[in-house]
Design a protein around this ligand. Structure first.
Ligand SMILES: [Zn+2]
Length: 615
């Protein structure tokens, strides 16, 4: 029987090696260089990495042939040396094993082709299979084949088929990489992947690369639940890569892998190791755990129910949600989308606000029912170009159920997670008073659809949308309502629908605003337990203050504040900044943040306010 298949029967999981690329890079090889070519040009460097992993206690080392297929080598002009590079990779590994005198297995490493195959690309299935077969034939002499870091199930199935014909006696490990939402790049879940790989004939299936140990153990459990009879391989990265000062850094320390080795074992892993960012220290730490552990009981398949796994959003909450949960006082600033195509000024202003310390940019949707660029596109521009999180204002008015749901899917696909649900301004007050003004949902209905539908993976009709969304849903609140009783009723309805946070109308009298929350607490029998971001609208001039006081329903400016603006005369905008700062200082005592609405595009004044309050 094959050595690998025999060893797989031992009760203790096998230990494979860690990253090759990470170490070669540390040896001074540039990321743009063809790592696989080193098997021919600098075999000593490759040998040194193998040697370090064997010394750390790895029982399986992977050849330095991850990218040694004709498509990837073609990019370096080396495709005519495909066979030589693979053969040299096996020779280097074999030589190091012999020198070590240890019974270490050599695995032929096979990575993705680096081209999209049909139906998402032009490369045909038979061409993919031929390319894999060409590489795998040249890997003859290895103890096992590892097809890893695959993103496309169809491509992986072709690789397995190629292995079965090219080296029929050699056991096959096939593992795929997953994105943050526990799906492959093409959207397949762990159960589907597990079935496909096992049915294609892989002896061992599993997961590698992706994120850190915490994510991969979750995927491993789901694969095992799907195909309990298979054998499992797990090789996580040292966490998600982060860009720090132009370098890619991995966070997870060797000790973290030491602790997780036991968890992998319990979760049913038959082979474990490390992927990107892991080093011989990580492998040595896992070795220690495997050597010292006694009486490990592998958990029964399906300890985590499928139901729970499918209904819980697996991705982390939005930054806004995390900051609010951590009790941080949050600064949100509203911006209006442009009336035309130009987004440069918007991006410049968002950068200024980010530098000043704003936590999130709120993007209004056609404020005052005036024609503007759709807000979700503006959120996307800001998130991508300024790298600050946004909150999408989402009016129900003017959208039927098709549009509402389609736009929610679009926003989520663009990476927008915070949504502020509003009724929206009636078109009659805007620049297209004749425009249709219908709606299928009121705000509390939309919150319910988001929180009790989309966030559980279901649309309005109860049909699956494939996976749950991870929206953080906000709703409007008036802290100085003309009719407190009806506002309290509204608030209760929004809470019942599942509202996560509230943005309020602008206030100028914090005592009065706080008094409303106290009234609510009394009527409700408990204080409002969701974060409130209090509306702050800096006054700019006497005329501006007069307009708000007299023409905007729901805004009440105290006599004293009006006087201060009057007295300031020419300096009214600076006095407005002062008033806003004082207001925020008072709100800090009971609110969870502020939601600042710049007037007349005076983003500079808002930056000043945030900087002063924060200093
Ligand atoms: Zn990796």
């Amino acid at each position: 029987m094959n050595k690998f298949l025999t060893l797989l029967q031992s009760p203790t999981p096998l230990l494979a090696d860690g990253a090759m690329g990470t170490l070669l890079h540390a040896h001074g090889v540039e990321h743009t260089h063809c790592f696989d070519e080193l098997n021919l040009t600098e075999p000593a460097k490759v040998a040194d990495v193998h040697r370090q992993y064997i010394e750390a206690g790895a029982q399986i080392i992977l050849t330095n042939t991850f990218g040694a297929n004709r498509y990837k080598l073609h990019k370096h002009g080396l495709d005519d040396q495909t066979a030589e590079i693979n053969r040299a990779g096996v020779e280097v590994a074999r030589r190091v094993v012999e020198e070590s005198g240890k019974p270490v297995l050599v695995a032929g490493d096979v990575g993705p082709l680096g081209v999209r195959i049909v139906p998402y690309g032009r490369v045909q299935l038979h061409e993919a299979r031929e390319a894999f077969a060409e590489q795998i034939r040249a890997l003859a002499g290895v103890d096992l084949l590892v097809i890893e870091t695959m993103t496309d199930v169809y491509e992986t199935v072709e690789a397995i088929a190629a292995a079965k014909t090219a080296l029929p006696e050699t056991p096959i490990v096939a593992t795929m990489t997953f994105t943050r939402d526990d799906r492959t790049l093409l959207g397949d879940d762990p159960a589907k992947v597990a079935h496909a790989l096992a049915e294609a004939g892989a002896d061992v299936i599993g997961v590698n690369c992706s994120g850190g140990p915490a994510q991969l153990i979750r995927i491993l459990r789901e694969m095992r639940r799907a195909v309990p009879t298979s054998r499992f391989w797990i090789k996580p990265n040292a966490g998600w890569p982060e860009h720090v000062g132009g370098r890619v850094m991995y966070a997870a320390a060797p000790e973290y892998f030491r602790d997780y080795a036991l968890e992998f074992w319990k979760a049913g892993a038959n082979v474990m190791g490390g992927c990107c960012g892991t080093t011989p220290e990580h492998i040595a730490a896992m070795r220690k755990t495997l050597d010292s552990a006694s009486m490990v009981t592998v958990e029964p398949v399906g300890m985590v129910t499928v139901q729970a796994a499918q209904n819980e959003p697996t991705e982390a909450p939005s930054q806004l949600a995390q900051k609010l949960a951590a009790g941080k006082f949050v600064f949100a600033v509203e911006m209006d989308p442009p009336r035309g195509l130009a987004t440069q000024k918007l991006v410049a202003a968002a950068s200024l606000l980010k530098e000043a310390g704003a936590d999130v940019i709120d993007v209004a949707d056609s404020p005052m029912a005036r024609m503007r660029m759709s807000a979700w596109a503006v959120c996307d521009v800001i998130q991508r170009q300024v790298e600050i999180e946004t909150t999408l204002h989402f009016p129900t008015r003017g959208r039927n159920l098709l549009r509402v749901q389609g736009d929610l899917l679009a926003a989520h696909a663009l990476g927008i997670r915070n949504v502020f649900v509003v009724m929206g301004d009636p078109t009659s007050i805007g620049d297209y008073p004749e425009a249709a003004d219908n709606y299928d949902l009121v705000p509390s209905g939309l919150i319910k659809l988001i929180k009790q539908g989309f966030n559980l993976g279901l649309d309005h009709s109860g049909t699956s949308i494939g996976q749950p969304t991870a929206f953080f849903a906000g709703s409007a609140l008036n802290l100085c309502p003309p009719d407190p009783e009806s506002e309290i009723k509204n608030l209760k309805r929004k809470l019942k629908a599942g509202a996560d946070f509230f943005l309020t109308q602008p206030i100028y009298d914090p005592k009065k605003a706080k008094a409303f929350l106290d009234t609510f607490a009394e009527a409700n029998g408990a204080p409002l337990n969701k974060p409130v971001l209090v509306g702050v609208l800096p006054l700019v001039s006497v005329r501006h203050a007069n307009f708000l006081q007299n023409e905007v329903p729901g805004i009440v400016i105290p006599e004293e504040t009006m006087e201060r603006i009057h007295k300031a005369g020419e300096m009214a905008s600076l006095e407005g900044v002062k008033i806003a700062i004082e207001l925020i200082q008072q709100v800090k005592e009971w609110g969870q943040g502020v939601y600042i609405m710049p007037q007349f595009h005076r983003y500079d004044l808002v930056a000043e306010i945030i900087e002063t309050v924060k200093s």
